[in-house]
Design a protein around this ligand. Sequence first.
Ligand code: SAH
Length: 394
Amino acid sequence: MSYKKIILKPGKESSIERFHPWIFSGAIKCIEEGINEGDFVDLYSSKDKFLGIGHYQVGSISVRIISFKPAEINDAFWSDRLKIAYNLRVSIGVAENPINNTYRLVHGEGDNLPGLIVDIYNRTAVMQAHSVGMHVCRKEISEALAKVMEGKIDNIFYKSETTLPFKADVDHDNGFLLGGEADNVAMEYGLKFHVDWLKGQKTGFFVDQRENRHLLERYSKGRNVLNMFCYTGGFSFYAMRGGANLVHSVDSSAKAIDLTNQNVELNFPNDPRHQAFAEDAFKYLDEMGDRYDLIVLDPPAFAKHRNALHNALQGYRKLNAKAFEKIRPNGILFTFSCSQVVTKDDFRTAVFTAAAMSGRKVRILHQLHQPADHPINIYHPEGEYLKGLVLFVE
Ligand code: SAH
């Protein structure tokens, strides 16, 4: 089967021959008449060499390659890709694990499905399209997903209201594509939590911090923990299981604080060690005194685009400087950046500068990143976004 054609300018095929899945608008020589946003297209070089099949979209990334080989994109195609994704999650031990039923099943380019995210929460899959093409294919994909995950999930919730391009002329229609179960309790390494897939951020939970939360558990014993930017309280309930002395969770959103309290309650009912505060991070850090010896800083992306990079780095510097200033001697700081445009080195420099400003002795214990169920396609380095440092502060 062939699709309508897009032809590249001379010499613009080299990145795609190295399997990078994006074509930018500037690389395109001509677009066949009748191609609509979200359609499949066949991509050709200026010398008429077939390069791949992709989804077309208006904007700076014009084509996202779905297959580098000629293929029919049908039920078997989707099922195949989803099965490969599922098998990977089984082989790394996050799926079919009696104490864990929360994991990312599809991580866009990292699973050779650019524009598609699927997170699994117990018996519900939350599916998110980041491209118009994946939105157009949502029914076919959800049918394939239901088959591949037969017996393992009962519900598929589609949530693309905030992730589809603002200007795209599509109807977002958030809602269930399969089932409709309201029970939203899932489990991560034996800890329970509610997922708000209807209104929550991302797909309802920050699945990407699982391994880092698990690491924090090991360092929590006897410590006074501050979980700054707590959202639904992930780091807090791990700290409690790890034997923390006290755990304070802070987020500027009152809704997030409610969710955190509910989640802590699910795991540690009436435990007086935990308290949560709805407050601005900078204000709290200014006023908190020096009672914490384990601090987590997991802010939202300070830079969503390259042109915000300078301000973002300044933000990371300021935030970390406050933690270095206040953390108790021999304290441990878990500090993160989830801005894709901030590189590992940029982030480390910002934290280094903050450390130097404080004059404290600081050593790096761990360099953290996104977990294995958020794989990075080696040909698509842009897929690397989460980075963190665990620091020992004398
Ligand atoms: N650590 C969390 C995810 C953090 S997401 C987890 O493991 O799940 C970032 C959070 O920062 C959001 O919940 C958002 O409400 C909060 N936030 C954004 N700006 C803030 C600010 N100025 N002060 C405090 N919290 C803020």
